[in-house]
Design a protein around this ligand. Structure first.
Ligand code: G6P
Length: 413
């Protein structure tokens, strides 16, 4: 492909953005590219943009960088738009990670009331930005990283004309861990995965024509970072992503969080160090503070999926797409996380392998219904829908609890 690809980054002044540039520099099969970083805070954008430009200075094929505080200017002519905005910054995330504790619920930015409040704050801003994408880059593919990812994606796909796919490294991590457990290279395995964002399972593993799932289940207690008991995993015959610790063990997660600062507090400190490093001189390498941020999702999934799309590769990646009939027990409009063949003309889900037990399918239906209802409540400003969604959330157990949480976060409740 001879053209120069233009990628616009919403939230381009995020301090981890140089890791995106590094991932592009090390990617195989990258065409010439221009990356337009869009940010609201001119000073932060300038500091991040300068490091990105220096990292990309000798790139071959060329990789050029520009910075824009004007959103439409930055978006103009983009073939790809990466959405990584964080509304309210890490301060707002710290609130999401802590306020649910007062209701006896663990806090997290994608799960439970914390994730709901994140969506409440973020959905209107993203929809506004999508209007700019519709005008300035109507044919672009948006890659969404912004959390809570599938709420955001559902809002985009339901209420705008923007073409969007959701990207998360958590399935990649889980599939890598399963390969490690078997002592086999991940590229030799065919791994099946089904679910939704932060709510999915590995349902099948094949190697050289053999069904390896019995071996995986036998050894599963040794899986690094196994979020729940091996007994649960063996009972359902599928390996859950790490977020199921909130579903099965909300009490333990809450106890572990009590008295501790939010993850976002650490990230705030790190962000300040990274910015100071970026502003300290003529950096032509990644500073240690950036390495410490560990923003591995760019090289593990964001860049590979974007290039697979640009190069019409036909490779399979687990990504988030509008369901259609991919998981036949879920509504067609729901956002699902499934393996898809990546082609320039779209993301084609593999046929469902039936790998989830009826109870897991039911959990997914609840999750999809809850998520869609909460987004509709936000966009329609509907308190009755907000109440229904809050009462359907996995971590909320009563009407009284739902009412008090809404009194805290819902405008004019
Ligand atoms: C994983 C999760 C994402 C999260 C990211 C960074 O990729 O799936 O939802 O944003 O980790 O987490 P951190 O706590 O480092 O911001």
């Amino acid at each position: 492909m001879g053209e120069t690809i233009r990628l616009a980054v919403l939230g381009g002044s995020g301090v981890a953005t140089p890791e995106l540039i590094d991932a592009l520099l090390h990617a195989e099969g990258r065409p010439a590219m221009h990356v337009a970083l869009i940010g609201r805070t001119a000073e932060k954008l300038k500091a991040v943009g300068k490091v990105c430009s220096r990292l990309a200075a000798d790139a071959d094929p060329p990789l050029t960088i520009s910075t824009h505080t004007d959103t439409r200017e930055g978006l103009a002519g983009a073939q790809y738009v990466l959405n990584q905005i964080r509304v309210g910054g890490y301060r707002a995330r710290a609130f999401d990670e802590t306020f649910p504790r007062e209701f006896g619920i663990p806090g997290e930015e994608t799960f439970g009331p914390g994730g709901m409040n994140n969506a409440l704050r973020t959905v209107p801003v993203v929809l506004e930005l999508c209007r700019a994408v519709e005008e300035a880059a109507p044919d672009a593919l948006m890659l969404n990283l912004t959390n809570p990812s599938s709420f955001i994606q559902y809002a985009i796909s339901r209420y705008t004309d923007v073409n969007v796919v959701g990207i998360c490294d958590s399935p990649v991590w889980l599939m890598g861990a399963v390969a490690g457990l078997l002592g086999l290279p991940p590229e030799e395995l065919t791994i099946r995965y089904s679910g939704m964002h932060h709510f999915g399972w590995v349902t099948g593993v094949r190697w050289q024509g053999r069904d390896m799932m019995p071996d995986v289940l036998e050894k599963v207690a040794g899986l690094p970072g196994l979020p729940v008991e091996a007994e649960i995993v063996r009972a359902v015959g599928a390996i859950p992503t790490s977020y199921f610790k909130y579903y099965y063990h909300p009490d333990r997660m809450l106890a572990a969080q009590q008295g501790k600062p939010a993850r976002a507090e650490q990230l705030l400190e790190l962000e300040a160090r990274m910015l100071a490093d970026y502003q300290s001189g003529e950096l032509d390498h990644k500073p240690e503070s950036l390495e410490k941020r560990g923003a591995h999702w760019y090289r593990e999934i964001v860049v590979p999926v974007m290039l697979a799309h640009a190069n019409d590769s036909g490779k399979v990646f687990v990504v988030n797409v509008t369901n259609g009939t991919a998981l036949p027990f879920l509504p067609p409009q729901a956002i699902v996380e499934v393996p898809c063949v990546v082609r320039r003309d779209g993301f084609l889900p593999l046929a469902y392998d039936g790998g989830l037990t009826p109870d897991l399918e039911a959990m997914l239906l609840t999750n999809a219904t809850f998520e869609m209802l909460w987004v509709e409540a936000i966009v329609e400003k509907s308190y009755p829908k907000a109440l229904r969604a809050m009462m359907l959330n996995h971590l909320v157990s009563s009407y009284d609890q739902a009412k008090s949480i809404l009194a805290k976060i819902w405008p004019e409740a």
